[in-house]
Design a protein around this ligand. Structure first.
Ligand code: NOJ
Length: 570
């Protein structure tokens, strides 16, 4: 091939677009278009508003945006009740706005994935409205009907605070329809090949508009089978393998990320043999981070990572501390759940279903040190981290708003009216009130104020994300725990090619000291990464001594002496 300037550009684009493992190095950022920035003064965020904030996200250093559902919907489950998979909710803009948003995000090197709700639709979706006309309608078999509400009785009820059955009676059809979530969200019938084909068509539609992949909602529940829990069935895995195979043809750099809130052994299955999901949310790890912190003991984190670290090479865990739902405690033992609830959700209002509806900062009593500690764990444990919008500022919540809305309040941009989120004249227009609790009031917790203060939590996040980016060991490296008698300490190595990063965390509130056996790195130098500070040379003959004050952490790269900076006190 002769390289003309044009062919070079094509070649580089091709090379860029074929970076099929980009998600391993990426920092993800979850946001809701509705809650982010309003450009029309109607009190609701929209795509043009989001476009105007892309520079903020680029400055923060994230790589991929995850959009919560933005499709037309009656919004009885915040958009997870989709009434048309091929359009944008009119409150949020148009398909043209969406395309412009993708273009603008890509221009800034940001990728975008979006929620795809495979399992169910809204009762208002045309498919269900047609199905309601009865068995003679071709859409009838797109849903799961029964004359008995006793079928599939081994399936648990997920929204246990609201629903008493997974069946709802339809007076028009005179039959029950199956729903794993709210009764206004009928499950699609995946036994029907037409449904499977239609949902693949939906996937192609959005990929063709430039989306970089999907956060796939509620993946374990697609199929039902009598006598089982109706979760994680082989047919469900089979369907996602088909979707993956389709993406391997022509969409090789796009990703599928699974929301499968299951026990560890069932969760890990969603990677398949590297032929199903590229990424799976690390639901097993998340509650155990909070447990380790409350117990000031590393064991819960170490045990779970050791159980789930063996995943296919082309796959990656998606780690997270908080998201738009409750901090779910479905997949821990009853004692563990009671312990976490007692520690983190003292008041009933903070609880929903089996979890805790609070944001990161309030969960941690707004303690800056602990917020840094957990965020640093998120950024350095194996997997790609996902930050929930506003948590980079330490935004508060409002447990007096219904359902999980207390953690879905408007992004706090400035001390101006409506937190700078919207210029709607009447605050009642806002889809949700901004946080005004004095500890978290938008007049102090907001982007504009924090961008100005060099040591704000926002600037700490920016800096720490930037440090993570300096070493591919964080995204791609192996994970090795370094033993120490002191169980308050979590120390581990992330190693990739010739890079080694040592991470140490004090999970307790008290200062502590400990030794690590680093003799395999004899004669090398630990360099503290936040300040590029040289530490004493590692000796073969004696363990390395550290001290850490309460809830502090440090990351070190371990390098040859000639690559280390000079001693800082010289
Ligand atoms: C999981 C989503 O994260 C949650 O917000 C939603 O309510 C359920 N799936 C049902 O779609």
């Amino acid at each position: 091939m002769i390289y003309t300037p044009e062919s070079f550009i094509l070649f580089s684009m091709e090379k860029q677009s074929l970076d099929t493992l980009w998600f391993k190095d990426a920092v993800f950022y979850e946001l809701h278009v509705r809650t982010f920035k309003d450009s029309t003064e109607d009190g609701m965020g929209d795509f043009p508003g989001l476009i105007s904030k892309l520079d903020y996200l680029a400055r923060l250093g994230i790589d991929c945006i995850w959009l919560l559902p933005f499709f037309p919907s009656p919004l009885r489950d915040d958009g997870y009740d989709v009434s048309d998979f091929y359009n944008v909710h009119p409150d949020l803009g148009t398909l043209e706005d969406f395309k412009m948003f993708i273009k603008e995000a890509h221009k800034r090197g940001l990728r975008v994935i979006a929620d795809m709700v495979f399992n169910h639709v809204s009762v208002e979706h045309n498919w269900f409205q047609e199905a309601r006309q009865g068995p003679s309608n071709p859409k009838y078999n797109w849903f799961v009907w029964s004359q008995s509400s006793k079928k599939y009785s081994n399936a648990r009820i997920i929204f246990s605070d609201i629903e008493t059955s997974n069946w709802a009676w339809d007076p028009e059809v005179k039959a029950y329809y199956w729903h794993r979530f709210y009764n206004h969200q009928p499950d699609l019938n995946y036994e029907n090949p037409e449904v499977r084909e239609e949902m693949k068509k939906v996937v192609r539609f959005w990929l063709d508009l430039g989306l970089d992949g999907f956060r796939c909602d509620a993946v374990p529940y697609l199929f039902e089978k009598e006598g089982t829990k109706c979760e994680n069935l082989p047919e469900t895995h089979g369907f996602f393998k088909e979707v993956r195979a389709m993406m391997e043809q022509g969409y090789r750099d796009r990703i599928l990320l699974a929301e499968a809130n299951q026990w560890p052994t069932d969760t890990i299955e969603y990677f398949g043999d590297g032929d199903e999901f590229h990424m799976v949310f690390n639901f097993p790890l998340m509650p155990r981070i909070f447990m380790s912190l409350a117990r000031a003991n590393r064991q819960a984190i170490v045990d779970i990572i050791q159980q789930i670290s063996n995943i296919p090479k082309n796959c990656q865990w998606a780690t997270f501390l908080r998201n738009h739902d409750e901090l779910t405690l479905e997949m821990v033992t009853t004692e563990e759940r009671e312990f976490i609830l007692t520690e983190y959700a003292k008041h009933q209002k903070m609880r929903i279903n089996l979890g805790i509806r609070r944001r990161l900062a309030p969960l941690l009593d707004n303690d800056r040190l602990t917020m840094e500690l957990l965020t640093a764990l998120l950024l350095s444990l194996p997997g790609s981290p996902t930050i929930y919008y506003g948590d980079e500022l330490g935004m508060g919540d409002n447990t007096y708003l219904g359902d999980r809305n207390g953690v879905r309040t408007p992004m706090q941009w400035s001390p101006d009216a409506n937190a700078g989120f919207s210029e709607a004249v009447d605050p009642e227009y806002l889809y949700m009130p901004p946080v005004v609790n004095p500890s978290y009031h938008y007049e102090s917790i907001n982007v504009r104020t924090q961008e100005k203060m060099p040591y704000s939590f926002l600037n700490w996040n920016k800096k720490t994300i930037a440090i993570r980016k300096k070493s591919q060991a964080f995204g791609r490296g192996g994970f090795r725990v370094l033993g120490s008698e002191n169980e308050k300490i979590l120390a581990f190595l992330r190693e990739y090619k010739d890079e080694r990063v040592l991470c140490i965390f004090n999970l307790s509130r008290q200062p502590t000291f400990f030794h690590l056996d680093l003799s395999e790195f004899a004669n090398l130098i630990p360099v503290e990464m936040a300040n590029d500070t040289r530490f004493p040379r590692i000796k073969a003959e004696r363990p390395y001594f550290f001290t850490l004050t309460g809830h502090r952490f440090m990351w070190f790269k371990i390098v040859e002496p000639h690559l280390a900076p000079p001693k800082s006190f010289e």
